[in-house]
Design a protein around this ligand. Structure first.
Ligand SMILES: Nc1ncnc2c1ncn2[C@@H]1O[C@H](COP(=O)(O)OP(=O)(O)OP(=O)(O)O)[C@@H](O)[C@H]1O
Ligand SMILES: [Mg+2]
Length: 277
């Protein structure tokens, strides 16, 4: 599979009064076109910083980030890069620009010079995708946190990005809303071939990923399939991440002498236990 984002030995530090703190140190990582990638890591491990480096919102202090082969440091291509890699920020309040929802969603495509009629179609489509069509003419400011997140996702989708990065975008949703948004994202990945980078602290959201990347203190600690990652339970524990519930229970059972396989899902765990009879 073709690489859509290449992160090559990238370091980045925020300049603060007490000097620079290195948030990302020597990260090398490829994101394949059409893949579903999950970034995991405890608070402050560098997930949001890495996301912002992926779309040129931040530029590396050293190393390079290439999007479709274009270096994010090439200023003349920055708008193209930001519309290729759509980033939904962690806090939706920071990304509302207009006082009417449809204008807010139209803002991105307008800046891209999309023709009027197509903008209307894109706004319709994006609102439908996130299940917010009936709010079209409302103001975004009175919405709940979860609804604001959906609008923020719609605003990015309306730009038709090739890559969608969601930075803890389901964190403010209730379990039902979280499931709906997640299913939508998976559908966009499967049907529209949009590459997805999902930043989350819900382990169950990582189970279907093609690749899971665990960040720790600004470095890639682990990278692999969910099964490869969650079988390294000692390392996961050290990074203060939790195991998926079925993985945790299966490892406890093994610890108590039962011969069940390492399970990622409830179904696998139940099957493993039934095999014991
Ligand atoms: N604007 C900033 N100025 C200074 N330091 C920052 C800034 N943003 C992040 N940092 C620091 O950079 C490091 C990485 O932060 P980052 O926000 O990328 O982590 P994160 O994994 O997204 O964390 P969280 O799970 O809390 O969202 C942390 O030590 C953080 O304190
Ligand atoms: Mg973050």
């Amino acid at each position: 599979m073709e690489k859509i984002i290449e992160i090559k030995n990238v370091s980045y530090g925020y300049k603060t009064e007490d000097g620079a703190t290195e948030a990302i140190s020597g990260v090398t990582l490829d994101i394949k076109k059409g893949s579903f990638v999950v970034f995991l890591g405890h608070n402050g491990s560098g997930k949001s910083t890495l996301a912002k480096l992926c779309n040129g919102f931040l530029l590396p202090d050293s190393g390079d980030v290439l999007v479709n082969g274009i270096n994010t440091k090439e200023e003349k291509h920055i708008y193209q890069i930001r519309s290729t890699v759509g980033l939904v920020f962690q806090n939706p309040d920071n990304q509302m620009v207009a006082s009417i929802i449809e204008d807010d969603i139209a803002f991105g495509p307008e800046n891209l010079g999309v023709p009027r009629q197509e903008i209307i179609e894109r706004v319709d489509w994006a609102l439908d995708v996130v299940g917010m069509s009936s709010y079209r003419t409302h103001t975004p400011f009175k919405l709940s946190g979860g609804q604001k997140q959906r609008i923020a996702i719609a605003g990015i989708l309306a730009m038709h990005p090739s890559v969608l990065i969601l930075d803890e975008s389901t964190a403010m949703l209730d379990p039902k809303g979280r499931k709906e948004v997640l299913e939508t994202i998976k559908r966009l990945n499967k049907e529209q071939k949009i590459t997805v980078i999902l930043i989350t602290h819900y382990m169950d959201e990582a189970l279907d990923a093609d690749k899971v990347v665990v960040l720790n203190e600004g470095k890639v600690l682990l990278s692999g399939t969910p099964r490869e990652i969650f079988s390294k339970k000692e390392i996961i524990k050290k990074t203060k991440l939790e195991l998926p519930i079925a993985t945790y229970v299966s490892s406890k059972l093994v610890g108590n002498g039962l011969n069940v396989p390492l399970s990622l899902t409830d179904n696998e765990l139940v099957e493993g236990i039934c095999q014991l009879r």
